[in-house]
Design a binder for this molecule. Structure first.
Ligand code: PA5
Length: 447
């Protein structure tokens, strides 16, 4: 059976490969810490066996909740930020028709997102398009206290209640949050919303295979069982018992560790398929929040090729040699578009006539790989047979496991995010939130 495959041949010469191999003991140690729960952040390891532990009953409950919203709503707004947003956004964008909003009403509700920014115009325009529409809300927040989604929910809940009445609104709102803690849990219990629990031991950026990701993905009409099945495949392929060289997550973690130690401080996740743009956004959060601490960590960046070859391509080819690339390479397209012959050939393009557009894209990919490797940019490649639920599930687990191992190789706690609090503290102080009186005084003195 096909699976995603990691290829490190264009990142290392023989000496470099020996260095990767030399990481095997460190990787084994990291694996043991993950699987025995003896490393830093060990109370957040619930993601490790999550795919294989999801029960049929749990998936059915998610599918049923999705079906209820599908029946009532033409639009569902998923409210959340960071780990409570990016996984669902990544999968839905990858699987959806690129121009879905232009196709008009489909079989499933259109899924829109809110609470991932504090854009006043964004919220105004969202409220504008929801006016007169049959819509529902999925409010996702593990802590239940995050400001961005709380503002969006307050606004949209009021709008929904005004449009359909309080009773009907209750049937159209689902909350995904902690089992007991946080303002959202309290509110959901008091209002009687359908709720799903985010397990205590699964952090936000590792939560896409919980209802945080699965519910919005199911609402959008995609097959969450196939997604989970793909993740299960990688859970096995990246298991503790798999020898180092055959374990893709282990090799990926080792490869990026070797590259980092050789001065490659930036990893660029590259796609040649615009559907994967938000997958890279999910990946950036996963690796950035997990590793960027204690003044360490690879900076995760991303580009969409060939679009960005006409902008960032110059920097990548000839800028400071502190980068390496990880390319998401999709083997097969869903559709077939062939370049037509033109009698006049005024554009000089007849040399491409009869070729599929994807053949051209593949040559762009190969040409870029050769150019960048020649230019001193090591190239890791992840081959993805096609963009489907199954392979996205594989990718998700592969990157999660790679991240856990990589974080431990770097000797940081990959499962906390203390740095995220700094801006919040200042924002609350500036907004004079009750309880922040001292911070308000201190920050005002700085202005
Ligand atoms: O990975 C994380 O933990 C964060 O990015 C959170 O997901 C994000 O801050 C949102 O938090 P919450 O789900 O508590 O609203």
């Amino acid at each position: 059976m096909e699976t995603i495959r990691l290829n490190i041949d264009k990142a290392f010469d023989a000496a470099g490969k020996a260095q990767v191999l030399a990481c095997a003991p460190g990787v084994a140690d990291s694996m043991e810490k993950l699987h025995k729960g003896t490393g830093k952040g060990n109370d957040f390891l619930g993601w490790l066996n999550l795919p294989s532990s999801l029960t049929d009953a749990h998936l059915t409950e998610i599918e049923n909740a999705a079906a209820r919203l599908q029946e009532r709503c033409e639009v569902v707004v998923v409210i959340g930020i960071g780990g409570s947003y990016l996984g669902a956004k990544a999968v839905i964008e990858a699987l959806s028709h690129t121009f879905a909003p232009m196709l008009g009403a489909g079989k499933y509700p259109q899924v829109l997102f809110a609470g991932q920014n504090i854009g006043e115009d964004y919220l105004y325009e969202l409220q504008q398009v929801l006016a007169g529409k049959q819509f529902g809300l999925v409010n996702i927040s593990k802590s239940g206290t995050t400001t961005e989604p709380a503002i969006a929910f307050r606004l949209l809940k009021k709008q929904l209640e005004a449009q359909v009445g309080k009773e009907e609104a209750k049937h159209r709102i689902v909350a995904v949050t902690d089992a007991a803690r946080g303002a959202l849990r309290k509110l959901a219990d008091m209002e009687g919303y359908k709720t799903f629990v985010i397990p205590d031991n699964v952090g936000g950026r590792f939560s896409v295979l919980t209802p945080v990701g699965l519910l919005p993905i199911a609402i959008a009409g995609f097959d969450i069982r196939a997604l989970v099945a793909g993740a299960v495949v990688m859970e096995k392929a990246c298991g503790e018992d798999v020898p180092f060289g055959q374990n893709p997550a282990a090799v990926y973690a080792a490869a990026r560790n070797v590259l980092y130690r050789s001065g490659k401080k930036i990893e660029i996740l590259v796609n040649f398929n615009p559907k994967l743009h938000f997958f890279a956004e999910w990946w950036k959060q996963l690796y950035g929040e997990s590793e960027g601490k204690e003044n360490k960590g690879i900076f995760p960046a991303s580009v969409d090729f060939t679009t960005d070859l006409h902008s960032m391509g110059q920097w990548i080819q000839e800028g400071e040699r502190t980068i390496f690339e990880t390319v998401l390479s999709v083997s097969r397209m869903k559709y077939n578009v062939t370049i037509p012959t033109d009698e006049d050939n005024l554009d000089g393009l007849n040399f491409l006539a009869g070729k599929r557009v994807d053949e051209v894209n593949k040559m762009a990919e190969l040409g870029t790989q050769i150019a960048h490797v020649d230019g001193g940019v090591p190239n890791l490649k992840i081959e993805i047979p096609e963009i489907t639920e199954r392979y996205l599930g594989e990718l998700i687990y592969f990157f999660e496991k790679g991240c856990g191992i990589s974080g431990y190789l770097l000797e940081v706690n990959p499962f906390d995010q203390p740095g995220v609090e700094a801006y919040k503290k200042n924002m609350f102080a500036l907004l004079e939130k009750p309880g922040y009186e001292e911070e308000t005084k201190a920050i005002k003195a700085k202005l």
